[in-house]
Design a protein around this ligand. Structure first.
Ligand code: CTP
Ligand code: CA
Length: 224
């Protein structure tokens, strides 16, 4: 089907995308996770494939799937598994997007058996997970690297700090303060910030439309 994609803007480009939550086991029946559905990353993957790219999607636990059968889909559970799968695809990639809501911490030791309730208080020791995007930023060569930022205060400032500290080419700020943005919903409101501090704010749109806006921004910078 390669000939059908001739003339498309992402033709001959390899793209890797992380999406969805990660689950970090507490015991055989419980985990630490978050409310991400993976939809934003899935829409980015579908759009990239439609624009002619060869797409690898590393997807955390979600009920959602992908339509485009050309997408290489890796379903993983933990942050560490997401890291391993993403790193493999990153080396040969032209564009990498970290849209996943990775758990920042995991239980230090997952219990082998289901934990029984005993005391009135109970705590679990957590250890930091590897920052997948930060690792990609360190290994980056020719790749265009895009991250997301989820902030509830000092949004622009914090997003720009993440862009710099993770060695990104651009970052997409999810504006949680606005109606119709964030986890779970089908719409999103974003601000696109590149490494030259060019800032572009978009209206509330469906995540499919947001995905196209993001790709348009990336594509214009790939050819620049
Ligand atoms: N990210 C990642 N691996 C992690 C944590 C985050 O790849 N272990 C990526 C996310 O996919 C996102 C970006 O880093 O693209 C920013 O994630 P976010 O949670 O907003 O920021 P953190 O760097 O984790 O900082 P904090 O949660 O403390 O704000
Ligand atoms: Ca985080």
């Amino acid at each position: 089907t390669r000939h059908l994609k001739r003339g498309l803007p992402l033709e001959n480009k390899k793209v890797v995308i992380t999406a969805g939550p990660t689950h970090e086991a507490i015991d055989p029946v419980r985990y630490i996770g978050n409310h991400s559905t993976g939809l934003m990353g899935i829409e980015l993957a579908e759009k990239a494939a439609a624009l002619g790219a060869e797409v690898t999607l590393v997807l955390g636990p979600t009920h959602l799937g992908v339509q485009d059968t050309s997408i290489h889909l890796y379903r993983i559970t933990t942050a560490e598994e997401m890291y391993q799968a993403t790193l493999k695809a990153f080396e040969g990639a032209d564009v990498a997007i970290a849209a996943a809501a990775v758990a920042d911490y995991r239980p230090k030791n997952a219990a082998r058996e289901k934990i029984k309730k005993k005391e009135d208080r109970f705590s679990i020791e957590l250890v930091r997970n590897r920052d997948i995007l930060m690792e990609l930023g360190k290994k980056k060569k020719r790749q265009f690297l895009l991250g997301f930022a989820l902030e509830t205060e000092n949004e622009l400032e914090n997003a720009q700090k993440k862009l710099k500290s993770k060695n990104l080419d651009a970052i997409v700020l999810n504006s949680l303060k606005d109606e119709g943005a964030g986890f779970g919903g089908s719409t999103n409101k974003i601000t696109f910030i590149d490494k030259n501090s060019t800032i572009k704010s978009f209206d509330v749109k469906t995540k499919a439309e947001v995905a196209l806006d993001i790709w348009n921004e990336i594509i214009s910078r790939l050819h620049a």
